[in-house]
Write a protein that binds this ligand. Structure first.
Ligand code: GLN
Length: 481
């Protein structure tokens, strides 16, 4: 029999609703699991055991009394350290926010609470979500890949991915600006969904690049991703970019039937640098889709090669502006005994930000500066439109686009990669953020014992199609084992 922590969010939700398990039992099992494993894995940077148990008791009471409960009643959920919650540490893994506690709840937190989910704590990440390894975090804790402790979990939502892979919770929310949900999901062998830009409110998510950031769930199954999206999606008075588009019941789209579905495979994604093991898993996955009756169509996304350079102009530009608010006056770290106000700003920021964040602020202010704005920022905005147009054209032909998630599997924690080498690893995930479309990473196999995911991209607000295709694929893989 499966242990409580091994079950899916959906199974747990059902067992709590039918009173087979209480939320208190589930939350207790989860904290025991965290206590046993997190010394080694390092997924969490803060935990709220006492409060979680109290909340679980209330949910159990409601269920006992036959009161109406929410869609995630009693289910333990984790959130990334860059999402604020009232009275709790919310630090974006940065020294500049040392000791900072949220003074309001992010909309996703409000929605989770309204669904009676139990928030158990915050997960580790790269500082301000800038990175692909979770090693730029200020916390001493190093997050490891639960599938191989010598490997990185990916990033920036590495703690969230690890928490799922290590069965430390049932849903873990991350954020994805250029791949930070899909890449760690692929590295850790779990499902990671980046919704359409505007599907989920960003209110209370500490901004990295506001036109690219989206919150999404890590889960064990595609079905759980649909369940989580049902809860967190929708409009929000506090975020004007959260679109007024009806939230369907995403679980209803999981019919298992994808006969005749047109799946596009962009030739530009099968580059020379693609790892042989990844290539093998990707090709085998295409065969699975064929066997399910999907039609595989070769497509072209001609501007793909410009996606990474475009992103690494636009994301730092937006970051440099967003991070200007951290000035040592209003939040977190403040330098000691500054001689004057200018020194207060300069020293607080120099001491508070890590190297990668500083690098991005410098690149960002450079590309936004009067002399270079046209050459870099404006040009990048134009290329962004071309990339978006590529997808729009492709979606006239196909329902879903299939690609690898990363060029290779998780790499060593000790790998000495240069920033540019790391940036280039994001080539398959970045285009979806630039185009604002949804993407999901689904475990598809292994190479040398390390997980490999595949990515499905959909039309804007086409989460239903990618969830449907992903779920059918996942079921087919399960039957093969
Ligand atoms: N790895 C990318 C970066 O460093 C993506 C990060 C993210 O999606 N938050 O910017």
């Amino acid at each position: 029999m499966k242990k409580i922590y091994e079950l899916t969010a959906f199974e747990i939700k059902e067992k709590i609703a039918s009173k087979e398990l209480t939320s208190v039992e589930v939350v207790t099992a989860i904290f025991n699991r965290i206590e046993e494993t997190d010394g080694e894995i390092g997924s969490f940077v803060s935990l709220r055991k006492e409060k979680a148990l109290e909340e679980a008791k209330i949910v159990d009471e409601k269920i006992k009394n036959g009161e109406k409960v929410g869609a995630l009643a009693g289910v333990p959920v984790a959130i990334k350290d860059n999402m604020v919650s009232i009275g709790e540490p919310s630090q974006s893994a940065s020294k500049i926010l040392e000791g900072y506690e949220g003074i309001y709840d992010a909309t996703v937190v409000t929605k989770l609470k309204a669904a009676d989910a139990i928030i158990i704590g915050k997960t580790n990440m790269d500082e301000f979500a800038m990175g692909s390894t979770t090693t730029t975090s200020i916390y001493e804790k190093r997050t490891k890949n639960p599938r191989d402790l010598n490997k990185v979990p990916g990033g920036s939502s590495g703690g969230a991915a690890a928490s799922m892979a290590a069965d430390q919770c049932y849903i873990s929310l991350g954020s994805d600006t250029g791949g930070s949900i899909r890449q760690p999901a692929s590295f850790c062998g779990v499902v990671g969904l980046k919704p359409t830009y505007g599907r989920v409110s960003r209110y209370g998510l500490m901004a990295f690049a506001s036109s690219l950031d989206q919150i999404g769930p890590f889960t064990k199954t595609v079905k759980d991703a649909a369940l989580a999206l049902n809860v967190i999606a929708g409009i929000d008075d506090y975020d004007s970019t959260a679109e007024e588009i009806e939230v369907p019941n995403y679980l209803d789209s999981l019919t298992g039937d994808i006969k005749g579905m047109k799946i596009g495979v962009p030739k530009e994604y099968f580059i020379d640098g693609l790892n042989e093991g990844v290539k093998k898993v990707v090709n085998e996955s295409l065969e699975v889709f064929k066997s399910l009756g999907a039609e595989i169509v070769e497509i072209s996304l001609p501007h793909t090669k410009y996606a990474a350079p475009t992103y690494y102009v636009l994301a730092p530009a937006e970051a440099s502006s967003n991070l200007a608010r951290f000035d040592g006056v209003r939040y977190g770290h403040r330098t000691e005994n500054p001689a004057n106000i200018e020194e207060l700003y300069v020293k607080s920021r120099s001491e508070g930000f890590g190297d990668e964040v500083k690098r991005r602020i410098m690149v960002g202010t450079y590309v936004l500066s009067a002399g270079f704005f046209d050459a870099y920022f404006k040009k990048a905005q134009k290329v962004r439109t071309l990339i978006k147009n590529d997808f729009e054209k492709a979606f006239e032909q196909v329902d879903v686009i299939f690609t690898p998630v990363t060029p290779g599997p998780a790499f060593s924690i000790d790998a000495k990669k240069t920033p540019v080498e790391l940036y280039l690893e994001d080539i398959f995930t970045i285009p979806a953020n630039l185009a604002g479309i949804p993407g999901i990473s689904i475990p598809a196999g292994t190479t040398d014992g390390l997980p490999v995911g595949i990515q499905l991209l959909g039309r804007a607000f086409g989460e239903r199609e990618i969830l449907k295709a992903g779920d059918a694929f996942e079921q087919a893989l399960k039957e093969r084992v």
